[in-house]
Design a protein around this ligand. Structure first.
Ligand code: ATP
Ligand code: MG
Ligand code: MG
Ligand code: MG
Length: 459
C-alpha cells in the first residue's frame, strides 16, 4: 500500500515539499539559498585551485571558478555546476533549432570507439598522443572518441539499401569528446574532455554537397548572430580531418590562440596557418591584411569521398548504380562557446551571458530580515509567483534571493557578479502604494522603478 501511494503521488505530479527548489510546476519559489554553488571563492582560493591543476588562466576561467560555474576535477577536466548546465542546455536548444531548421536529425554515438575504425583511416597512428586509448578485459583496443567521422561513415556504410531519393542526410549529435591535449588550459576553452556538436552530411553529388555545406555555414552564422556574439568566418586548414575545403568560425579576442589575417577592404579572411607566412597582402584585392587573434568556436569541412571511399558508404544513384556519398563534417565547441562568450562579454569582475543563455532570467531580492522594509517581503514573493504564473516562458527562470540575513546591497553585488539579465529589488519604495520595485537591467545598465504591472510589461 505505501508503495502504491508513492506511485500514485508521482503520477499526479505531487512533489514533496522538501524538493520545492526543483518543483516542476505551480507557484513554488526557486530559492537561491538552495542552489548548489561553491560561490564567492576569494582570489587566493581561485589561484590555489588553478595552481593545483597547473592551468594557464584567463578572465572567463577565473570568473567561472569565482562564481561557482565550474570546479576543477583533474587537468583539463571540470565539473559543470548547475548554472553552467542550465546555460549549456539552453545553448543546445538553440543549436537544435538551427540544425533542425536545415533538416538535421539528432543521433547519439558511443564514446567508446573500436581501434579497427581508426586503423582503417590510418588515424589510429596519425592522431598520435591526442587519442585517449584503452583496452577492455579481452585486450581489445579502443579510443575515447575525439570526433566521429569513422563511426558515422561506418554506420551509413552498413545501410545497404540507401537511395539517392533519401539524401541528403544531415546527422548530428551533442556529446562529450576526449582529446589528450598536450597543454589543457584556459578552463573550458581547452579541455581534455568537452562537449562538441558534430554534424556529418551525406549527399548524392558534389553540387548537392556544396549546397549543404553552404546551408550549414549559414546556420552557424545565424546561431552566433542570435547569441549576439561578433564572429568572423575564415578560410582554414583541413588538419588531420582532411577534405578539400574548410572554414573556421572565430571570436576575435586577445587571448585567442589562432592568428587571423583579415582584409579590411574586401571579404577575405583566413587563419594565418593557411597563408605563406610572409604573405601580408590580400590574395583577393592585394590590399594590406590586418592581423587579429581569435578563439575557434566552430569548424566546417567539405570532405568529398575521403571517408565514404574507405568504408564504402554508398547509395543507389539515379541510374540505379552504386555511388559513393559526398560528405561534409561540421563541429561546434559547445563548452568552448560558453566560456568564450563569457570571455568576450564579461567585465573583469562580473559575468555576462548572451541573453538567450543566461542560466536564470531574473533574480528577485526581498528586504533584509529585521529592516524597516521587511513588510515588503511578501510583496516581492507574490511578484515572483505572479511572474512565473503569468509569463509561461519565465517558468523556472526566476530566482528569489532568500538569503535575507544579508543586506540588499550585498545581494545586489552578488547578482551583478552572476549576470542575471534582470535584478528586481524590494527597497523603500516597495512600501509606497502602489509598490514600486527597483529593476536593474544588467545588459543595458539601466535602473528603473516600476510597479508590479510595469515589471510584467518589461519582462
Ligand atoms: P583547436 O585548434 O582549438 O585545437 P581543433 O581545430 O583541434 O581546435 P576541431 O577538430 O576543429 O578542433 O573540433 C571542432 C570544435 O571543437 C572546435 O572548433 C572547437 O570549438 C572545439 N574544440 C576542439 N578542441 C577543444 C578542446 N580541447 N576543448 C574545448 N573545445 C574544443
Ligand atoms: Mg586541436
Ligand atoms: Mg584549430
Ligand atoms: Mg578546428
Amino acid at each position: 500500500l505505501p508503495a502504491l501511494a508513492t506511485c500514485s503521488r508521482q503520477l499526479s505530479g505531487y512533489v514533496p515539499r522538501r524538493f520545492h527548489h526543483c518543483a516542476p510546476r505551480g507557484g513554488r519559489r526557486l530559492l537561491l539559498s538552495r542552489v548548489f554553488q561553491p560561490q564567492n571563492l576569494r582570489e587566493d582560493q581561485v589561484r590555489s585551485l588553478q595552481d593545483k591543476f597547473g592551468d594557464l588562466t584567463c578572465k572567463s576561467q577565473r570568473l567561472m571558478l569565482q562564481v561557482g560555474l565550474i570546479y576543477p576535477a583533474s587537468p583539463g577536466c571540470y565539473h559543470l555546476l548547475p548554472y553552467t548546465v542550465r546555460a549549456m542546455e539552453k545553448l543546445v536548444r538553440v543549436i537544435d533549432q538551427e540544425m533542425q531548421a536545415i533538416g538535421g536529425q539528432k543521433v547519439n554515438m558511443p564514446s567508446l570507439s573500436p581501434a579497427e575504425l581508426w586503423q582503417a583511416t590510418n588515424r589510429w597512428d596519425l592522431m598520435g598522443k591526442e587519442l585517449l586509448r584503452l583496452r577492455d578485459r579481452h585486450g581489445k583496443e579502443y579510443c575515447l572518441g575525439p570526433t566521429h567521422e569513422e563511426a558515422i561513415t561506418a554506420l551509413i556504410a552498413a545501410q545497404k539499401k540507401l537511395s539517392y531519393k533519401q539524401l541528403p542526410f544531415l546527422l548530428y549529435q551533442v556529446t562529450r569528446k576526449f582529446r589528450d591535449e598536450p597543454r589543457p588550459r584556459f578552463g573550458l576553452l581547452r579541455g581534455r574532455e568537452f562537449y562538441m556538436k558534430d554534424m556529418y552530411t551525406f549527399d548524392s553529388s558534389p553540387e548537392a554537397a556544396q549546397q549543404t555545406y553552404n546551408l550549414v555555414c549559414d546556420a552557424y552564422c545565424s546561431l552566433f548572430s542570435r547569441l549576439g556574439l561578433r564572429f568572423v568566418k575564415v578560410q582554414a586548414d583541413v588538419g588531420s580531418i582532411g577534405g578539400t575545403m574548410s572554414h573556421e568560425f572565430q571570436l576575435p579576442v586577445d587571448i585567442g590562440e589562432d592568428r587571423l589575417a583579415i582584409c579590411p577592404h574586401c571579404s577575405f579572411s583566413a587563419n594565418m596557418e593557411t597563408l605563406d607566412l610572409s604573405q601580408m597582402n590580400c590574395p583577393a584585392c592585394q590590399g594590406p591584411l590586418t592581423e587579429t587573434k581569435g578563439i575557434e568556436v566552430g569548424h566546417t569541412f567539405y570532405l568529398g569521398t575521403k571517408y565514404s571511399s574507405i568504408f564504402n558508404a554508398q547509395f543507389t544513384n539515379v541510374y540505379g548504380k552504386p555511388s559513393l556519398a559526398e560528405m561534409g563534417c561540421y563541429g561546434l565547441g559547445v563548452t568552448r562557446i560558453l566560456a568564450a562568450a563569457i570571455e568576450v562579454l564579461s567585465t573583469e569582475d562580473c559575468v555576462r551571458w548572451p541573453s538567450l543563455l543566461a542560466p536564470y532570467q531574473a533574480c528577485l531580492i526581498p528586504p533584509k530580515k529585521g529592516s524597516k522594509e521587511e513588510a515588503a517581503s511578501e510583496l516581492i514573493g507574490q511578484l515572483c509567483d505572479h511572474i512565473t504564473e503569468a509569463v509561461p516562458q519565465l517558468h523556472g527562470e526566476v530566482l528569489l534571493d532568500d538569503r535575507t540575513h544579508l543586506t540588499i546591497g550585498n545581494r545586489l553585488k552578488d547578482a551583478n557578479k552572476f549576470g542575471y539579465p534582470f535584478v528586481i529589488i524590494a527597497g523603500k519604495r516597495a512600501l509606497e502604494d502602489p509598490a514600486h520595485f527597483e529593476v536593474w537591467c544588467q545588459n543595458t545598465g539601466e535602473v528603473v522603478f516600476l510597479t508590479k504591472d510595469g515589471v510584467m510589461d518589461l519582462l
